[in-house]
Design a protein around this ligand. Sequence first.
Ligand code: GTP
Length: 415
Amino acid sequence: TSNNEDTEKKESIRCLTTLSHFGFECLPYQLVTKSMEQGFSFNILCVGETGIGKSTLINTLFNTNLKDSRSSHFYPNVGLRIQTSDLQESNVQLKLTVVKTVGYGDQINKEGSYQPIIDYIDAQFEAYLQEELKIKRSFKYQDSRIHVCLYFISPTGHSLKSLDLLTMKSIDRKVNIIPLIAKADTVSKNDLQKFKSKIMSELISSGIQIYHFPTDDETVAQINSSMNAILPFAVVGSTDEVKVGKRVVRGRHYPWGVLQVENENHCDFVKLRDMLLRTNMEDLKEQTHIHHYECYRYRKLRKMGFTDVGPDNQPISFQEIYEAKRLQFYEQCHREEEELKKRFMQQVKDRETAFKDAEKELQDKFEHLKRIQQEEIMKLEEERRQLEEEIIEFCKTKAACETLQTQPCTNIKKD
Ligand code: GTP
């Protein structure tokens, strides 16, 4: 009987099933929808020697064909080629920016090889900081900060080159570095393992910090830590399709067989793609923002004189610093203005004295010339007077002569 009562009771209870999510449990869905509408962006920097396979790997990773001309080995300086493209996979849109070195490793000057890379990374941080400090900020600002640097190591099978160490050392605090052994199909499997360990020990002994896939999120901790252990990834790139049995795969065809790019026994391409795009893209972007950009911002604002605590270790607000800086700037302007005025007055005085001296000199010259001229005139006057006297004398003599000429004739007749 009690069993019957229980079933009756159960039948009388009205069961309601929820039709959909409600309340704030829907927040994640809102975020997903918003992100899908806005699309995603990702900026990759590829650093590696000319012809090492940078473009091919990017095209293989994103299943695309970014048009690019081959670089020459004779550029005088290292340059950067920037390509942006809008990609779509299912209904997810991705704005991909690939920045690629051009002429890297072809010059003797090593500092000249990595300086343009540092300058570019810093310039993107600076542009972001300037946007952040603007009064009227653009919320559609296209973030150009580099999220990851794929560093292509030459497949020498031996060790890292000094340029590799210098470059990685100078950018490791500015960008997330993922080291890759390029064209890994040119190194045998045994040599590859030794090469990987050699590279890692060289990086550690040089104090170079590469990006480590995060292990704090337990959903990806295991896979990420296993991937950290096999760094650097030995990759092979190819967009060529080759037939293997009945399947068509992307790979490289050799007389002795086919190297399948997406076969995990052949190379680490799939591991790289999973780590870079599927598992850790958001972490790479987050690390760029909260770690690398933050360091740049901190250094820059400190250099500009901003700080969070005053000399007395008391918190000091941005406004207070701004006011103090403004006052300091005003005082400095005032000082410089006074200095400028003083210098100007002195210059005017100097010029005036110089003008006066020149005027006096001219006056003296003029007086001197005037005196000479007067003396000259007087001399001429004297000469004229003498000439006139001579003329008068001459006229007198002439008249006397004429009188004399007429007189002798009458005298003769009288005799
Ligand atoms: P630049 O832009 O000229 O510096 O070259 P890049 O580094 O972008 O190299 P790119 O991708 O143009 O490849 C250069 C040559 O290497 C091409 O002939 C590719 O087919 C070949 N190549 C690319 N990736 C691989 C690889 O993984 N293995 C082998 N064996 N060859 C590759």
